[in-house]
Design a protein around this ligand. Structure first.
Ligand SMILES: Nc1ncnc2c1ncn2[C@@H]1O[C@H](COP(=O)(O)OP(=O)(O)O)[C@@H](O)[C@H]1O
Ligand SMILES: [Mg+2]
Length: 477
C-alpha cells in the first residue's frame, strides 16, 4: 500500500510582480506524513515566500509564475478562498517567528484558542473549554484557568510561543509550518520550545516544515533538509548527508558559520571609559489591580559596567535576566532607581543631546520597530534628524550610502518594511545606528534613537564618539 503524499511542491517560481524580479526559482520538494522536514538558507533566500505560497498566503506584490503545490492530492494554487481558509486552520497550522504579531494583542488567550475550535469543529462549548485547558497544561502553562483571561503581553516570549503552539495543535493539523519559530528566543528556551513542538507533533502524527537560517538547529530535529540560496534550491538530502557530506559550497558555508573568534581589536583601557554605568538598580512597578497595589519588581540589583572606546562588550544571560533593561537604561529609555551613568567621565545628563546622538540602539524585533507606513529611505533619513547642520540633499546622500553599506542596494530604498525579509529589516535598523566608521566628523556621526515608537525588545549596539563601540545584550554565548 502506498501512503498518500502529504505535500508536493513542483518547480515553484515566484516573482515580485511590478519589478519582475524572480525571488523563488523552480523549487521542488516533497513532505511525507509525520515527517520533520527542514528548509535552511540565509535571510532573504526565499524561504518564507516559498512556504507562504504553500498556503496561498503571499503578499499582494508577489505572484506565482509557475509550478504546482499539491496538498493531499489537492491543487492549492487553484483552490477557492473558502477551501483555503479550511486548509489553513484545520489542516495546516502556522507558527511564526514573532509570536507578538501572530497572537492578537487585544484578544484574551482563551478567546484566541476558542476561535479555531469554533471555526473548524462543532464541539460543544464545555468540550472546547476542557480541550483548551488540557492543551495549555500540556504546553506548560502553569495556571491554565488564569491564562484564559490573560492577554499575550502578560507572557514572556517563550510562553507566547508555547501558547501559539497550543492554539495550532488544538486542531491536530496534518502539517505544521514553523517559520523561524524560535529565532527570537534565547538558547535554553529555544530548545524547550523545539522539544515541545517535536513531542506534540509526534503525538498527533503531524508533519513539520521547519524553516530557519540556523542549519545546526534545523539539523537537530529534521530527517530531510533542503538548502536555499537566492531563491534557488541548491542542495537537498537527508540530514546526515547534509551534515557529513555537504555538496554545495553554500551549504558548507552555512555549516561553517559557527562561531569562530575573529581578530580582536586592541583597546585602550587605560584612559577613562566612554560609558560607565555604576551600581545601576532598576525597579519596575508591579501590575496594579483594583484591589491591590502592585509590588515593584527589581530587574537590576546594582550592576556596574565600563565600556571603553572601540570596545565590544557582550552581555550574556537567559531571558528575563535583565540584559535588555540594562541596555535600555544605558540608552536612556528606562530610568534607573539608583546608580549613575557617566559619559566621557561626566554625568550624562550634563549633555543629553550629545549623549543621545552618540548612544544608539538596534532592537530585537525589527518588525515592530519600523513604521510600516514609511519607506526604507525615509526611515533611515528620519534617523538623521538629530544630527545638527545637515541639509536635505546631504541627508539623502548619507541615507543611500548607509543602505549600501549594510548590503541593501538602492533598489530597496523605496520599499516598505513588509517588503523585506526579517534579516533585511534588521539591517535597515543598523545603518542609522553605526555609521561611525565612514564619517569623518565622528562627534556628529550619531543618529537619533526614536523614543516615541513602540519597541518590544533589544539586542543593542552602542556606539559613541571617537570610535565605534558596541554593547551587545545577547542570549547566545
Ligand atoms: N512583499 C514583498 N514584496 C517584494 N519583495 C519581497 C516581499 N517579501 C519578500 N521580498 C523579497 O523576496 C526575497 C525573499 O524573501 P523571504 O522569502 O522573506 O526570505 P527568507 O524567508 O529566506 O529570509 C527577499 O529578497 C525579499 O526582499
Ligand atoms: Mg523568512
Amino acid at each position: 500500500m502506498t501512503q498518500e503524499r502529504l505535500l508536493s511542491v513542483r518547480d515553484l517560481s515566484l516573482e515580485v510582480a511590478q519589478r519582475g524580479v524572480e525571488v523563488v526559482k523552480k523549487v521542488s520538494f516533497d513532505i511525507e506524513p509525520g515527517e520533520i522536514f527542514g528548509i535552511v538558507g540565509e535571510s532573504g533566500s526565499g524561504k518564507s515566500l516559498a512556504t507562504r505560497a504553500i498556503i496561498s498566503l503571499l503578499p499582494p506584490a508577489i505572484k506565482v509564475t509557475g509550478g504546482q503545490v499539491n496538498f493531499k492530492g489537492r491543487d492549492v494554487l487553484t483552490m477557492s478562498e473558502a477551501g483555503l481558509r479550511e486548509l489553513r486552520g484545520a489542516e495546516i497550522g502556522l507558527v511564526f517567528q514573532e509570536p507578538m504579531t501572530s497572537l492578537n494583542p487585544s484578544m484574551t488567550i482563551g478567546r484566541q484558542l476558542e476561535e479555531g475550535l469554533t471555526l473548524h469543529t462543532n464541539m460543544p462549548a464545555a468540550t472546547r473549554r476542557e480541550r483548551i485547558l488540557a492543551m495549555l497544561q500540556r504546553v506548560g502553562i502553569r495556571d491554565p484557568e488564569g491564562a484564559l483571561s490573560a492577554y499575550p503581553h502578560e507572557f514572556s516570549g517563550g510562553m507566547r510561543q508555547r501558547i501559539m503552539l497550543a492554539s495550532v495543535m488544538l486542531l491536530k493539523p496534518a502539517l505544521l509550518i514553523a517559520d523561524e519559530p524560535t529565532t527570537a528566543l534565547d538558547a535554553v528556551i529555544q530548545r524547550d520550545v523545539m522539544e515541545l513542538m517535536v513531542e506534540l507533533t509526534k503525538a498527533e502524527g503531524t508533519a513539520v516544515l521547519l524553516i530557519s537560517h540556523d542549519l545546526p538547529m534545523v539539523a537537530r530535529y529534521t530527517n530531510l533538509i533542503v538548502v536555499m540560496e537566492k531563491g534557488s534550491l541548491v542542495e537537498q538530502g537527508t540530514t546526515e548527508q547534509i551534515l557529513e557530506k555537504p555538496q554545495h559550497p553554500y551549504t558548507r558555508k552555512l555549516l561553517s558559520s559557527l562561531p569562530i573568534r575573529g581578530e580582536v581589536r586592541t583597546i585602550d583601557t587605560v584612559s577613562a571609559p566612554m560609558i560607565s554605568a555604576r551600581n545601576i538598580v532598576v525597579d519596575y512597578p508591579g501590575r496594579k489591580s483594583l484591589f491591590k497595589k502592585g509590588t515593584p519588581k527589581r530587574a537590576l540589583h546594582g550592576v556596574s559596567v565600563d565600556i571603553h572606546a572601540g570596545e565590544v562588550v557582550a552581555l550574556v544571560g537567559g531571558s528575563g535576566s535583565g540584559k535588555t533593561t540594562l541596555g535600555r537604561t544605558i540608552a536612556g529609555l528606562v530610568n534607573q532607581s539608583s546608580g549613575d551613568i557617566l559619559f566621557q567621565g561626566r554625568e550624562r545628563s550634563a549633555d543629553w543631546r550629545d549623549y543621545r546622538l552618540n548612544c544608539q540602539m538596534v532592537f530585537q524585533d525589527p518588525y515592530s520597530s519600523l513604521d510600516p507606513r514609511m519607506t526604507i529611505l525615509s526611515l533611515v533619513e528620519e534617523a538623521l534628524r538629530l544630527v545638527p547642520d545637515i541639509d536635505r540633499p546631504a541627508k539623502k546622500k548619507r541615507a543611500y550610502e548607509t543602505l549600501e553599506e549594510v548590503g541593501l542596494g538602492a533598489e530597496y530604498a523605496l520599499r516598505y518594511p513588509h517588503e523585506l525579509s526579517g534579516g533585511q529589516r534588521q539591517r535597515r535598523d543598523r545603518p542609522c545606528h553605526c555609521p561611525a566608521a565612514e564619517i569623518p566628523d565622528r562627534r556628529r556621526a550619531g543618529l537619533g534613537a526614536r523614543r516615541h515608537r513602540p519597541r518590544t525588545g533589544l539586542d543593542a549596539l552602542f556606539r559613541s564618539a571617537e570610535a565605534l563601540r558596541l554593547f551587545l545584550p545577547v542570549h547566545q554565548p
